[in-house]
Design a protein around this ligand. Structure first.
Ligand SMILES: [Zn+2]
Length: 484
């Protein structure tokens, strides 16, 4: 209902500004109305998304499919008339391909269970691994210590507790340390119960910049609970686990870059980005095909309308995000000399829902500036500003470098159920919502690039440290090994 209401309001707005010839108040309003009109009437985001998802499919960094997506999006940017279209290469620590994975209870009953390998984890030994399963509950340090005498040679099973997003993140950020502790204790593999419903699996890497020391698999929550009950009733439960992945040495990947050069201050840059790579259980329409095609659409519409703002708008499709935000890290490293001139980095990566505002990523000082540049979007429901900061997407290394970084707040829909899993398919995306999100990116980027004053200042390393400590970000960074 809410969606229909928003769409009606938008239609009314467009009718008012077009057919009655009522001209909006300012240049910013005028540009916003033209961008929204162009994107909603002629936008190609959904057609592009269909191609990316249905024709190219899953896009694990370093695979031929991801390379195909990199080449195709670069061609599209050229076709749309963007300037300086190019690909910037970096090296990913290892290549990885998924093989078969199976799990079978062999004692005290016989049962086949539903699993999938985490990404960038090794295989089990030739012929599989048959071992006792040890329940380490939620996998806290105390749980590992309590089970220590039983862990050597065993397969550990952990089932996260709690239902909130914070609980989910908490257990997610615990996994790297847990795997290190289990490896030290001689554990041979780890089963992580998926937190998704209806036997859906969940895939992710264990570490953000190295291959896991032991095989780690996602198991359907229903099957993990079944294993727990068996252990409670029988004590000894043995499982045959077989994981066959293919690991290679370092591989090359690229970030795809395109620009609209600024007409007055071309060295000052507003960056608009999303990640082109994906996980591989599904074709990853909402994580992050939607972000990619919204960024491409914003670029298309700005060029089509001949809107050339004061500063440069640079569109970047990052890869390596699902392996630990590696493409945007490589980008920040390679552009270290330019970071003083990047006035903002705007990222979309929270699914397919309608834009509702922006995370300022721990920057209350940006609130007034965000209100100003998004003013034309407020009547369309884009009015939330959250100062929350988190380590989840391609804003992170810009944040750590002190560069103002915004992540779009979107209607969550059922994003956290479908992402990183098999149902992340095209049918989860509403074409109208996708176009609306593209319009929000276009208007926000244009207004930041066009306004006379700079959007926000770059924080000093000390200020970044304080921001990270105050927001809880520091804890997440330590968990995944980005901060020591
Ligand atoms: Zn994502």
């Amino acid at each position: 209902m809410l969606k229909r209401h928003h769409r009606l309001a938008l239609l009314l707005f467009l009718l008012l500004t077009w057919s009655w010839g009522v001209r909006p108040q300012s240049n910013a309003d005028d540009a916003a109305a033209r961008l929204i009109g162009e994107i909603l009437a002629h936008g190609e985001a959904f057609q592009n998304l269909r191609y990316l998802v249905d024709e190219i499919g899953a896009r694990l960094t370093g695979t031929p499919a991801c390379a195909q997506a990199e080449a195709w999006t670069a061609e599209k940017f050229k076709e749309y008339g963007l300037s300086n279209v190019h690909r910037e290469e970096y090296t990913l620590f290892a290549g990885w391909r998924r093989g078969r994975a199976s799990a079978e209870v062999v004692e005290p009953v016989s049962r086949t269970l539903t699993i999938a390998s985490f990404t960038w984890v090794p295989s089990t030994p030739e012929g599989g691994l048959t071992a006792r399963v040890v329940d380490i509950h939620r996998g806290a340090k105390e749980d590992v210590a309590r089970a220590a005498s039983r862990l050597r040679g065993a397969i550990a099973l952990t089932i996260a507790e709690g239902e909130t997003l914070e609980d989910l993140l908490e257990s997610f950020y615990r996994i790297p340390a847990l795997v290190r502790e289990l490896t030290a204790a001689g554990t041979r593999a780890l089963i992580v119960a998926s937190q998704k419903p209806y036997k859906l699996l969940d895939t992710a890497p264990v570490f953000w910049n190295e291959v896991s020391s032991i095989p780690v698999v996602s198991m359907a929550k229903e099957d993990a609970l079944f294993l727990r009950r068996l252990i409670e009733h029988h004590g000894v439960v043995r499982l045959r686990l077989q994981v066959e992945n293919r690991l290679t040495g370092p591989v090359k990947a690229t970030n795809v870059v395109a620009e609209i050069p600024g007409r007055e201050r071309p060295r000052e840059v507003v960056l608009v980005g999303a990640h082109l790579d994906s996980n591989d259980l599904g074709p990853c329409a909402t994580d992050n095909g939607t972000g990619v095609t919204a960024v491409m659409e914003a670029a298309r519409a700005l060029v089509k309308l001949g809107l050339r703002p004061r500063r440069t708008i640079r569109f970047v499709l990052f890869t390596g995000e699902e392996q630990g935000i590696l493409g945007s890290k490589a980008y920040v490293d390679a552009h270290a000399d330019e970071l003083d001139h990047i006035v903002a980095n705007i990222i979309m990566d929270i699914g397919a829902g309608r834009a509702q505002g922006f995370y300022s990523m721990g920057r209350p000082d940006l609130e007034a500036a965000i209100r100003r540049v998004t003013a034309p979007l407020i009547p369309h429901g884009v009015r939330q500003i959250s100062t929350e900061a988190f380590a989840g997407t391609d804003n992170l290394f810009f944040l750590l470098a002190g560069v103002p970084n915004l992540v779009m707040i979107q209607d969550p829909l059922d994003y956290f159920t479908i992402h990183h899993s098999t149902p992340d398919t095209l049918d989860k995306v509403d074409p109208g919502d996708l176009l609306f999100d593209a319009a929000v990116l276009a208007v926000t980027a244009y207004n930041i690039a066009e306004q006379p004053e700079r959007f926000g200042r770059r924080l000093s390393p000390e200020e970044v440290k304080k921001l990270a400590a105050d927001s809880g970000l520091a804890r997440q960074l330590k968990a995944v090994g980005i901060w020591k």
